[in-house]
Design a protein around this ligand. Structure first.
Ligand code: FES
Ligand SMILES: [Fe+2]
Length: 383
């Protein structure tokens, strides 16, 4: 993030008052509890947000070398993205054209792939999806004239971020998806980051509760009383919408120290957890010395799969330095996995009971209101 931008964001904090009320939104919002638990609404969200896309898929660092691949599902469609020999990416539907078997683990990642070999009857495809061989059956298919290459989908890679469109063939304009955030994100140099490690988990909660988890700091002083509250501010966060996406910056409690320096020396990075919410599938979090990324895959209206990865700016120079990053990832998964997501599972269960009609997002939680308004808008347009 460029220095002027850091100063601009910190100025908002400096002027926001002791309780950061200057960062509040204009109004609270009431939302229907059913938006989290209604299967019909879920089906529309799946179609308009996940299936039609474009969706954030992962980082360039996930697919560092030719033959690296990663797979995920969007509204059920299994997509595999694979790095080609020339460095470009291909997004393919992970379904064999013979009789529909998955070619690679539908929710995994790996490296060193030279071709796709179907685990059912061993049809073989090049990394660009072209059918290369139907082994051991030289005449069994010689009357088939249909194209049997893997189905290809639009994919785009920019600023170290990868986006795919799971259905259709309309190309993806990354700068349009990122709106005003392209400049910020470009300046982080994410293209050069390296993947340290990845964790996967599944939770009994609606996918929107993942965004809800990270979009406000208001819960820190209570839910994270002993873990995060000693270090992090529990008041409002800096918030900026970009299209249907949003930026928030969570602040450390000691951010005020920076304001004793001359303004032109202000530096946000040591005090800020800078989060880019890429609706509907991702969250890219810039921390002072690393980046954390969450990928969100709804399984059904009440179940969500998460992939959590940590990236370092350069390859760690020693085992000790690698361990430092791995410990950071473990700590992240531990706090969210024992404090945030169990709470979200309880909330989901409560909302699914039908006992409550609505929820309240306060002025202290403006990113929540923006996120839900944007999802509502997409659902209304797609209904
Ligand atoms: S389903 Fe893939 S080779 Fe038969
Ligand atoms: Fe939290």
């Amino acid at each position: 993030m460029r220095r002027e931008r850091q100063i601009e964001l910190l100025s908002r904090v400096a002027e926001a008052g002791e309780r950061l009320e200057g960062l509040y939104g204009e109004a609270s919002m009431i939302n229907d509890a059913s938006t989290y638990v209604d299967p019909e609404r879920f089906a529309i969200e799946q179609r308009v947000l996940f299936r039609e896309g474009p969706v954030f898929f992962g980082m360039s660092a996930d697919l560092a070398a030719p033959g690296s691949w990663r797979s995920m599902r969007f509204d059920g469609i299994p997509i595999v993205v694979v790095r080609q020999a020339d460095g470009s990416l291909r997004a393919l539907v992970n379904i064999c054209r013979h009789r529909g078997a998955p070619l690679v683990d539908p929710q995994g990642q790996g490296s060193g792939l030279r071709s796709f070999s179907c685990p059912y009857h061993a049809w073989n495809y090049a990394l660009d999806g072209a059918l290369q061989a139907r082994p051991a059956a030289p005449h069994a298919f010689d009357d088939v004239t249909a194209n049997c290459n893997l189905l290809s989908r639009p994919v785009a890679e920019e600023h170290g971020l990868i986006f795919v469109r799971p259905s259709g063939d309309q190309p993806i304009d990354v700068d349009e998806v990122l709106g005003g955030a392209a400049d910020d994100l470009g300046a982080f140099g994410l293209r050069d980051y390296v993947l340290i490690d990845t964790r996967r988990s599944e939770w009994n909660m609606n996918w929107k509760l993942v965004f809800d988890t990270f979009t406000e700091s208001y819960h820190i002083r209570t839910l994270h009383r002993t873990t995060l509250a000693p270090t992090f501010n529990s008041e409002a966060t800096i918030f900026e919408p970009f299209g249907r996406n949003l930026l928030t910056v969570g602040l450390r409690s000691n951010v005020g120290e920076e304001f004793t320096k001359p303004r032109e020396e202000w530096n946000l990075l040591p005090y800020g957890t800078i989060q880019y919410f890429l609706v509907p599938t991702g969250l890219v979090v810039h921390q002072l010395d690393h980046v954390e990324v969450w990928n969100i895959e709804p399984v059904d209206v009440g179940r969500t799969r998460l992939t959590t990865s940590l990236y370092a700016p350069t390859e760690p120079h020693s085992e000790r330095s690698r361990n430092y990053f791995v410990k950071n990832l473990d700590l992240l998964c531990q706090v969210t996995g024992t404090e945030d997501f169990p709470m979200m599972e309880d909330i989901h269960r409560n909302l699914a009971s039908g006992a409550l009609d609505s929820l309240v997002y306060g002025k202290i939680e403006p990113p929540l209101a923006h996120f839900h308004r944007e999802v509502d808008r997409a659902v209304a347009a797609g209904s």
